[in-house]
Write a protein that binds this ligand. Sequence first.
Ligand SMILES: NC(=O)C1=CN([C@@H]2O[C@H](COP(=O)(O)OP(=O)(O)OC[C@H]3O[C@@H](n4cnc5c(N)ncnc54)[C@H](OP(=O)(O)O)[C@@H]3O)[C@@H](O)[C@H]2O)C=CC1
Ligand SMILES: O=C(CO)[C@H](O)[C@H](O)COP(=O)(O)O
Length: 477
Amino acid sequence: MSHADIGLIGLAVMGSNLALNIAEKGHTIAVHNRTASRIDDFVAMAGPLAERVVPKADLAEFIASIRRPRSIIIMVKAGKPVDEMIEQLLPYLEEGDAIIECGNSLYTDTDRRFAYLQGKGIGYLGVGVSGGEEGARHGPSIMVGGAKAQWHNAEPVLKAIAAKFKGEPCCAYLGEGGAGHFVKTIHNGIEYGDMQMIAEVYGFMRDGLGMKPAECAEVFRKWNEGPLNSYLIEITGHVLDAVDPESGTALVELILDKAGQKGTGRWSAIVAQELAVPATTIEGAVAARSISAMKDERLEAEKLYGARRGAEISLSLDTLEKALLAGKIAAYAQGFAVMAKASEEKGWNLPLGTVAKIWRAGCIIRSRFLDQMSAAYEGGPARNLLLVPDFVELMKANHGALREVVAAGAHGEFPLPCLGAALSYFDAYRQGLGTANLIQGQRDFFGAHGFERSDKDGVHHGDWPATIQVEAAEPQV
Ligand SMILES: NC(=O)C1=CN([C@@H]2O[C@H](COP(=O)(O)OP(=O)(O)OC[C@H]3O[C@@H](n4cnc5c(N)ncnc54)[C@H](OP(=O)(O)O)[C@@H]3O)[C@@H](O)[C@H]2O)C=CC1
Ligand SMILES: O=C(CO)[C@H](O)[C@H](O)COP(=O)(O)O
């Protein structure tokens, strides 16, 4: 019996499309899914590619059908299902076999699974895949972490199915253990920031400029031809253009203003905090999704405080475009700064230029300026993007617009958790003299934490007055 080149478990949106992509590139692929009916559905929709598909509802038969040493892609729901799947596979695997886990896993889970399986002689690659359904089918961006030996085995297949940017595959080995999943997590954090800033700008168009969805769509289409050119700007135009066939209303006006989240955005904000890297734009985007989900509370609060005043907004579309560009640079600067620090702390030696390169096509955050960004990081030191000459010029040209937009938002009562955070980040980052001298004074006052001085070396303490509070002060009404 001839064996399949590779196996894949998990035939939902991503797994089924990856499997078709692999088959289309000429590989025979064994497929398995917990719910067997999905396997039949998959074979039925595979069309002529079904001849390269080996469907197996029985796990033992699935494994036996793959050529040794086996490479098995797992594309199931992230979290516990991945651990359960690994345990189910283990009794059948042999030394030298490898699991290639392609879901949105938490990178520390990947580190743990990598070490666990290494002890059993089983290879493990933790692979971030971006591009959604269409990317998985026709070419995603692929971020690989794990042992180099396994990477070399999987490289031909992964590079064949990846998106291509000017002929170069958007797939690379990024480092040991959870490095690939870490980079995917930060990719998603940036994705959250990008999406939220676009939504904030849409808020101005809808509520400040009184534009209809189709008019907004037209603007996004135009912006997609300029410096903001990106997948997210492009799909925003399509989303705004869509019409509900039943009612004839713009679909976006019927979609509830509650956004879901599965974890990666939150993890990127958490890891930024853990590494003490400011990533306020990403944090703002995560918080914005959480507050969006609190629909009932928001409605209650609106009754208490009154609806937005609806002050007149005199922003031009050109100003909004420039503000979005400046905000976007801040979000990417933060994401790359988190990766640079993580790389240093975890000894991953993440190739940031390569990361930018493999994000140029296939992934959700692909955009024109990633090409510029890859040049900024390729070979050079991992400097904050705000210090890189090309981006300095862009920020100089566009931060004024961001300032105008944030000011208009404050006056007009538009929430701008991301654009506002981007501006504050920029202003704090470019401020030679900040205000933390006062914080240091306060910390030394209450906790004798000491402070450095600008005129002398060493650690100093202030001669602060005593503040013994005998009784709690009466509350002032
Ligand atoms: N959707 C997207 O755009 C993207 C998703 N991802 C990630 O890729 C992975 C797959 O995503 P997606 O295709 O959307 O599918 P889902 O995340 O919805 O997962 C569904 C798949 O997981 C299987 N599954 C769930 N629990 C178990 C379990 N305990 N044991 C075995 N199998 C289980 C399901 O099997 P069954 O049919 O039996 O229920 C099904 O095949 C996820 O980690 C996701 O975060 C990454 C990039 C983009
Ligand atoms: O990884 C992805 C895109 O890159 C997935 O679509 C992911 O589900 C997006 O995250 P969330 O569901 O939290 O919006």
